[in-house]
Design a protein around this ligand. Sequence first.
Ligand SMILES: [Zn+2]
Length: 285
Amino acid sequence: MSWFKRDRPDDKKPKAIDEVSKKVKTEGLWQKCDGCRQIVWKKDLAANWNICPKCGHHFRLDAVTRLRLLLDGDYEVFDAGLRSTNPLGFVDSKPYEKRLEAGYLETGLRDALIAVRGKLCGRHVEMCSMEARFIGGSMGAVVGEKITRAIERSLATRSPLVVVSASGGARMQEGAVSLMQMGKISAALMRLDQARVPFVSVLTDPTTGGVTASYAMLGDLNIAEPGALIGFAGPRVIEQTIRQKLPDGFQRSEFLLKHGMLDAVVPRLELKAYINQALDFFCAQ
Ligand SMILES: [Zn+2]
């Protein structure tokens, strides 16, 4: 038996002093703003729909608050009890069932999307709102089925569809099953298009991967919140593939608008009025 042993590279190391103080700064009642680097009182932030009162930086908004922002009042929720069966029996660092359970405990939702019927400025709409805190807002069979059913309700009632995306893309734990949702949703959207029922896609921070590559970019109108990360692959993967340095602001809403990938960048507090005006225009056609 040895009397001593060497440090291994993977041993836990004590935290550096500045790391500790950084943690204290953002804990509790205060939040450091990524936009202006100032300290903001969390209550002020919540009262302002998670927009920094000092610089206008848009923090992420949860799915339920999003519905409260965009809809007039009460709404009817559909398919709240749908949940994944773990079709692949997937286990990574922990079983997929445990991740689903943790997502449920964190958000009170059984999957990463709420599908509702409500009124927007007095007009009936079908709305889907994604929850990024539920396994990164990833799209699996449940998200795919809920959106598809929302599209079918839109078709049946001819009320417009609004989908608010906040997603890391397809859900790894459901493999090919999650990729199939892209085709399934896109096919349903094509039928909605043929029936000439309007679909407005709202892209919020973050909208990436298979969600960007399918329904988030298939709206009659694709609009985004300021400063939202929108893309397919991450910047590091792209840089390694094309061996070029990417420009500043790459994959942010303003950059995508400038390059023709989006129709508009709309501040959060103007979103409802903007969507209403767009639907006025579509429905008059
Ligand atoms: Zn700020």
